[in-house]
Design a protein around this ligand. Structure first.
Ligand SMILES: Nc1ncnc2c1ncn2[C@@H]1O[C@H](COP(=O)(O)OP(=O)(O)O)[C@@H](O)[C@H]1O
Ligand SMILES: [Mg+2]
Length: 264
């Protein structure tokens, strides 16, 4: 794996984060999976030298992950603070990944902390009031609603993140530059793979296909070519086989496109 400093800031997202941080405003990043959201946030924290706490939300994320939980140690009751409380106290950066996969009760606690007072009452710890230290910075991501398991966020929670960054799939020439950070040869084939990915993305966007390949796939395609796999096979393995999940007709549609581009 190459260093994270190889992040290419192709749409000036970095500057938006910087200005938001300076203005003490929280940021929401919106975009499909694999468009560099997590990488951008890590890069930002690293470059600014801010400590980063991250949580990836799912239906199983509980309030206790965020806020903390009571502990019992030899009869003594303690409190183990969660990631939200920790970052507030320390005035660090908090990254809330895929926030629209969280359950309503979890979102409610977040909402409390994120409002303009930036404080939270810990009912878990005798009603202790936690106020965020200056510099506390929160960035959240959401996937578009079409993604499995995602829900619409309540409007008041959305309003806690008034800076909204869009991160889409990059234009082909830029995706090529990005992919080339991770692979050294096969330029022509990589360009073809990116073209293929974009054909599939467009088909998925109009619901002709169920799945939209991300930069993870185009990067994997380049890497597996680097390791010596034949192009046609690499394309099938990285881009076509996944569609078998929706049946052989779906798979065949994609495999036909691959045959027209890479031969049989
Ligand atoms: N602009 C970029 N520059 C360099 N690498 C990128 C860029 N965008 C995406 N990537 C790479 O693409 C892959 C997916 O990115 P990731 O940040 O995990 O996406 P997301 O969080 O949006 O799902 C990672 O390997 C990441 O390093
Ligand atoms: Mg991510």
């Amino acid at each position: 794996m190459l260093a994270e400093s190889l992040y290419i800031d192709w749409n000036n997202s970095f500057e938006v984060l910087e200005k938001a941080y300076a203005a003490d405003l929280f940021v929401l990043i919106i975009g499909p999976k694999g468009t560099g959201k997590t990488t951008l946030v890590r890069e930002f924290a690293a470059k600014k030298g801010i400590k980063l706490e991250s949580i990836n939300f799912s239906l199983r994320t509980r309030e206790s992950h965020l806020v903390g939980a009571k502990t019992m140690d030899n009869g003594a009751i303690g409190f183990e603070q969660g990631i939200l409380v920790k970052s507030m106290k320390e005035g660090n950066m908090l990254y809330l990944d895929e926030i629209n996969s969280a359950e309503a009760d979890v979102l409610l606690r977040l909402d409390e902390a994120l409002d303009d007072r930036r404080q939270i009452v810990l009912k878990e710890s005798g009603g202790e009031l936690i106020k965020a230290t200056k510099g506390w910075f929160v960035v959240a991501t959401i996937n578009p609603l079409s993604h499995v398991g995602t829900k619409e966020l309540p409007p008041q929670l959305l309003s806690r993140f008034p800076i909204r960054l869009r991160l889409e799939y990059p234009p082909e020439d830029i995706e090529f530059q990005i992919v080339k950070q991770y692979a050294s040869s096969h330029d022509k084939e990589i360009l073809q793979g990116i073209k293929l990915a974009n054909i599939l993305r467009q088909a998925a966007a109009v619901e002709e296909l169920y799945y939209s390949p991300s930069l993870r796939e185009t990067i994997a395609f380049a890497k597996i070519l680097d390791s010596g796999m034949k192009t046609r096979l690499a394309a099938e393995i990285v881009f076509a086989n996944i569609y078998l999940q929706w049946g052989s007709i779906e798979f065949q549609k994609v495999n036909d496109i691959i045959t027209s581009m890479f031969g049989s």
